[in-house]
Write a protein that binds this ligand. Sequence first.
Ligand SMILES: [Zn+2]
Length: 456
Amino acid sequence: MKAVTKRIYICLILVVAMIAGMLVYLTRYFKDGDEWVSFPVNRHAYSDGVIALGEITDRNGIVLAEMSRDGITYNENLLIRKSTLHAVGDVEGNIGTGAKEYFATELMGYNPVTGVYSVSDKGNRIELTLDAEVNSKVLAAFEGRKGAAFLYNYKNGEVICMVSSPAFDPENPPETEQLSEERYEGVYINRCISSTFTPGSIFKTATLAAAISEIPDLFEIRFNCEGSIDVDGEIVNCNGVHGEIGIEEAFEKSCNVAFAELSLMLGESVISRSAERAGLTKRMYMSKIPVAVGSYQMPKDKGDLAWSGIGQYKDLVNPIAMARFMGAIANKGKAVNPKIISSVKSNIGVPLYPGYYFSKSERLLNSNVADEILKLMINNVKTGYKNYYGFGSVEGLAAKSGTAETLDGERPHAWFTGVIADDDNPYAFAVIVENAGWGLEQAGRVASVMIEAVIE
Ligand SMILES: [Zn+2]
């Protein structure tokens, strides 16, 4: 009798252990199953370590890349291949933020009930929000120079243009030894997503936001620019001699003397908070992809403080974050997060992953502050930029140029950032051309190509 009882206990222990084991397995299966499937040794989904399922298109259905067991087929047009390279990804998977890598699970169509072959053995179709034609024109406008151009719809979050230069033809990738060459330097980095740069005068928009909130008589103040200002022994030079001016003209002329004085009035804590509220120094995501975070370092003395509000010192910003801030300015202070995925569908057209269809929004500015900045940015175009590249004829265009001195002693980075306050064309953008010189002239030209292509 004793032996029977003992056997029953042993059986019970075994049953309990089995049930526990199955529970652990099922939990992990549902939780991590997609990762097991997208593990590169899975021969159903990968061929020679390269994803072998799915298709990536632009917003108009132009196929950018098609993955199969025979390899990847990119678009037949060279300029489309190059200009969408960073958004799509290269064959080897060196561009980590490319859709092919970042959304491998969505491309394979894994689901925990039926596995990879849920609907077919072809995988899913990801439609990006990008316009391949616009991207092509913008990459060409870089003329081989390095930089980033980003434009998105600030009402619904759709990214229309995301170009990173230099790029290469994914069907003819550079050899390892070529990567140290100037024309391939940092070629695997998507500069829109993963880089931060010295902003120069485009940062004055964040300083202006702080000034409008914190200085009640801002619009009555008269600044006096004699071409430079001595701040505790640090000479802050201006780009001209502007004489006695108000804030509107100081912003339009991008007067360093006026903005040095504003920075001293505001102090580092207020400027830092303004940059953070603007989303320039805070983590953000674009369709789950983390975007590089800019920074505002606390200055050590008054001279550094003056430069920090002018977008120099150690300030850094990311182009996507900057474009989002611009979007908030035209959108009553509310920023819609950019998204790069328009839809994920099975290959017979069934919509999947509903989470990608919506964009979160966040308030970056009070509505009245946003409106005041917008007015001044529209004035920049109407008074200052109107004769450049047809900017004067773009309905609702509001912008700020920047020429950012860099520490490497090379030519400054050229910036042009802004927003179109027009319900028919609700676009916000940021363009940087590295070491290219004067912002309005160099980045302005690339921006004008982008704006014209999008409005078309
Ligand atoms: Zn000045």
